[in-house]
Ligand binder design. Structure first.
Ligand SMILES: [Mg+2]
Length: 271
């Protein structure tokens, strides 16, 4: 099987917060931009903001077009279902920006109540959302299923509520299950593969989470590589019931060595 394209998760694979992981910069520099996409469940930042943050970390030449967020995938999915969809969104600026590029905000007659990560959830937002769902038939949509998100605040690691937690009050109050867009659901991967133009079986997903990155990609028939530099550390036992990745490696250095042997052309296309 040839290896034509790579999808890479970002946090825990390429960097932690604002610190690049060892050898991540050279790993990415070695791959032709037409062969990779960076895919993230985090809907809070726009691709432009992510690219700029990466540039400040030392990743040169990563254009916003190489980045696909769950907010963009959500907006794309909604636009495919209904042109000029109306929405009520709760979440960070990146979500609002992605949705407003394809739809119209409307807190009275929204077709979709969309929940992402970040601030915005309060009593009024919850009230608006559940009334739209229960009285106007709006569909509840979550950008991603993560219960929590790792973040750095003033140099300290903190755990923030993820979209899975933030969408729960809407789901409970309205008695509905949300449509979930991000990993491990297939939509984000499918959009990324379409953008790259390669078949799933010819692409490799590189991630740090067995339950999202690896499980979702494996279901689509992609090759998978788990790097133990994020949520999952060297020595952690494999979680029960999770599909094993094609390759389980310590870090990107180990992965690069392995890929160079197996697919010699992957790292020779760039520069
Ligand atoms: Mg990650």
């Amino acid at each position: 099987m040839p290896l034509e394209g790579l999808l890479l998760d970002m946090d825990g694979v390429l960097f932690h917060g604002t610190k690049p992981l060892p050898h991540a910069i050279s790993f990415l520099r070695g791959i032709s931009p037409s062969r990779y996409l960076l895919v993230t469940n985090n809907p809070s930042r726009t691709p432009e903001e992510v690219a700029e943050r990466m540039r400040r970390m030392g990743f040169e030449g990563v254009s916003p077009g190489r980045i696909l967020t769950s907010a963009q995938a959500t907006a794309e999915w909604l636009a495919q279902r209904k042109r000029e969809f109306r929405y009520f969104a709760v979440g960070a600026a990146g979500l609002h920006e992605a949705l407003s590029a394809k739809g119209v905000p409307d807190r009275q007659r929204a077709d979709y109540v969309v929940v992402g990560e970040g601030t915005g959830l309060d009593y009024e937002a919850l009230t608006t959302g559940i009334n739209l769902i229960l009285k106007h038939g709006a569909t509840l949509v979550a950008t991603n299923p993560d219960e929590t998100v790792d973040a750095m605040r003033n140099g300290e690691h903190v755990i923030l509520p993820g979209c899975g937690a933030l969408v729960a009050p809407f789901a409970v109050a309205a008695g509905v299950e949300p449509v979930v867009i991000g990993k491990p659901q297939p939509l984000l991967y499918e959009m990324a593969l379409e953008r790259l133009g390669f078949e799933a079986s010819h692409c490799l997903m590189v991630g740090d989470r067995p339950d999202t990155d690896i499980a979702g990609a494996a279901r689509l028939g992609m090759m998978t590589a788990l790097v133990r530099t994020g949520r999952f550390a060297v020595g952690d036992p494999w979680p029960q019931g999770m599909p094993r990745p094609t390759w389980d490696v310590t870090d990107l250095v180990a992965l690069k060595t392995l890929l160079e042997k197996r697919f010699p052309d992957v790292f020779s296309m760039a520069c």
